[in-house]
Design a protein around this ligand. Structure first.
Ligand code: CTP
Length: 396
């Protein structure tokens, strides 16, 4: 990492003390750190501590004659390989999302031509506020990368997402971005749906299907291995969540859709789940008794289509990938599905081949508007790795 250089913007929040530890870790890793300390940040850590650990001067003023003479703020904003904002407060995110430039930190963020990584830290309600969600979406769309926030107890006494990611995790995200290529999806968020859904007929009976979740879990793991921050929304399976993946357990299609919407914004969505197309119209709270005669029928109503909903969402991920399980006319059916659901790619697999559902191998074709790309029969793990790499190439 020698000669790599970051511009570290330290915003104002209790978590600013962790920026000191981050600086120490970065220096230990051989990365040069040039700090900008905001006025609010200086309420929490001193310029002297930051400067001592960074072994560099701390910049704070936009209109400092001496600083401007040595290094103008535009030059400062471009003097590093990467700009890191830690902690990124709600205020700094709002400024950057809207292009405000009324202090040195926001000016540097607007003027830089380098990649930006933000590590947000704020109260849970501030993080969940509609305005912050909007700003987060806008920043992601602008290509800003994110690490964290973590969930946990906060200095303000509340609990939830909003804690600054731990310095080693921020360091890892920084090193991945500086290394480039090795973790090309670092800072990107992905939603993966996997497994079957379960639709209740009554409190003890259900409609479900044979999906094992293997392909979806493998894709979630492969995206995480390339650095993506993955939320795996999973129906009931016998599988453990892959390392570094956040799993959300759901049962019904409606729960799965709600969990996916709650995980937005994200830049990538891969819908692998075998979602039940229909659910019983009435799933009463009482068990249906056997009685003298079998029920004539179970009335069904249509479930929401999650792939369709994500593709047409106001907060649509940049890349939406669906799967198509087909037994016949694979290409034609997949192309029709692509158009109907409005997604970007369909990974079509032929489930008429024995052993695909629940098995360890998969023969797929990637269907895009540009055409059909057929892959040989591969283990599901390899299909996942190739697909994750193809997704990373899309963002390169
Ligand atoms: N899908 C979904 N929500 C549904 C149904 C399907 O998100 N309610 C997604 C699946 O995860 C998959 C894709 O849509 O990515 C295609 O699923 P498939 O069952 O092949 O297609 P259907 O829409 O059910 O169409 P058909 O049964 O006519 O093939």
């Amino acid at each position: 990492m020698d000669q790599k250089r970051i511009l570290l913007i330290v915003g104002g929040g209790v978590a600013a003390y962790k920026a000191l530890e981050l600086t120490r870790l970065l220096r230990k890793a051989g990365v040069a750190v040039r700090p900008i300390l905001t006025a609010a940040g200086a309420q929490f850590v001193t310029p002297l501590s930051l400067s001592a650990l960074a072994e560099d001067k701390v910049y704070s003023e936009l209109f400092s004659l001496t600083d401007e003479a040595e290094m103008g703020h535009i030059e400062l904003s471009r003097s590093a390989d990467l700009v890191v904002v830690a902690p990124a407060t709600a205020d700094l995110m709002a400024k950057a999302a809207n292009g405000l430039a009324n202090d040195l930190a926001s000016t540097a963020l607007l003027a830089t031509d380098k990649p930006v990584l933000m590590a947000p830290a704020m109260n849970v309600r501030m993080w969940q506020a509609a305005a912050t969600r909007r700003n987060l979406s806008a920043l992601m769309a602008d290509g800003v990368r994110f690490v964290g926030p973590d969930e946990g107890a906060m200095a303000c006494g509340e609990f939830g997402p909003g804690r600054l990611a731990e310095p080693p995790a921020i360091l890892e995200a920084i090193l991945a971005l500086l290394a480039g290529g090795a973790r090309p999806l670092a800072g990107r968020r992905a939603i993966v749906t996997a497994g079957p859904t379960v639709e209740a007929i009554d409190p003890v009976r259900m409609l479900t299907n044979r999906s094992s979740g293997k392909q979806g879990y493998a894709i979630a793991g492969a995206l995480a291995a390339l650095g993506a921050e993955v939320t795996l929304v999973s129906g009931p399976t016998a599988l453990a969540a892959p390392a570094g993946v956040q799993r959300i357990d759901v049962e019904s299609a409606r729960d799965m859709l709600a969990a996916c919407e709650a995980a937005l914004p994200a830049e990538i969505a891969v819908c692998v789940a075998a979602v039940a197309d229909w659910r019983p119209a009435e799933a009463g709270g009482r068990k249906i008794k056997k009685g003298a005669k079998a029920p004539d029928a179970i009335a069904l109503v249509e479930n929401p289509d999650i792939l369709d909903a994500l593709s047409k969402s106001r907060r649509r991920p940049h890349l939406v990938v669906g799967f198509a399980a087909e037994t016949n006319d694979l290409d034609a059916n997949a192309k029709a599905k692509l158009a109907r659901k409005g997604c970007d790619w369909i990974v079509a697999n032929d489930v008429s081949v024995a052993g695909t559902m629940g098995g360890d191998d998969n023969a797929v074709a990637i269907v895009t508007k540009a055409g059909v790309e057929r892959w040989e029969r591969l283990p599901k793990g390899e299909v996942a790795r190739r697909l994750a790499q193809r997704i990373a190439d899309e963002f390169a």
